[in-house]
Ligand binder design. Structure first.
Ligand code: ZN
Length: 207
């Protein structure tokens, strides 16, 4: 067992590394080794964390455009296809007096992904350019992004419910559009971006 870590100093500076699985801290000798307690892979910092997070983040920032600009659903009515983007879908939900669902879709499919991308970009830039912004607040922002991640599939859930509700066979059918796959890519890449980010880097950037 290693000596007790001192609060207010990074484990790295104290020659300690933390196991993210069991929470044990042990002295580090090499960059990549295994936790002496639970034998999980352990490292001082996740390898290439910033690069991986940037890569996922840029991918999601690209795919958020087709996700919002292209039709997410097609409504087949009297043999005519009516395309709906996320935004026009929200508008037709409001017109159909389904304000609550419209708000849920708006938050889940427009506000949340944009917030996640902007928040993660902000944290990465703050680390790379050592901005003088509270490190605790950066961690809090990251934890919020991480927590929201659990709810980000909600929009696809709403679409699947709508498809099930509106699908009335030959008279009225709903099909997913190209934006549905783009949106899935946005959801997954923002999740992967948050997952590849090593929060310990926030403290390394502290002067
Ligand atoms: Zn462990």
């Amino acid at each position: 067992m290693a000596s007790n870590p001192i609060a207010g100093q990074t484990g790295f500076k104290q020659g300690l590394q933390l196991c993210k699985v069991c929470g044990n801290h042990s002295p580090y000798k090499t960059e990549q080794t295994r936790c002496p307690v639970c034998l999980s892979p352990i490292s001082v910092r996740n390898k290439n964390s910033l690069q991986k997070t940037w890569a996922f983040l840029i991918t999601s920032a690209i795919f958020i455009f087709p996700a919002n600009l292209y039709p997410i659903t097609y409504l087949l009515k009297n043999n005519i296809l009516y395309p709906d983007t996320i935004f026009s879908g929200i508008l037709s939900l409001i017109e159909s007096d389904m304000l609550t669902i419209a708000i849920v879709v708006f938050i889940a499919s427009i506000v949340v992904p944009i917030f996640k991308i902007m928040a993660l970009t902000f944290i990465l830039l703050a680390i790379q350019y050592r901005w003088r912004f509270s490190h605790k607040k950066q961690l809090w922002i990251f934890k919020t992004v991480d927590w929201i991640g659990k709810w980000s599939i909600l929009d696809l859930f709403v679409i699947s419910i709508m498809v099930a509700v509106f699908d009335k066979g030959q008279l009225l059918s709903v099909y997913p559009g190209i934006a549905a796959s783009s949106f899935t890519i946005v959801v997954l890449t923002t999740l992967f971006a948050a997952n590849s980010f090593d929060t310990r880097l926030i403290w390394d950037a502290k002067k």
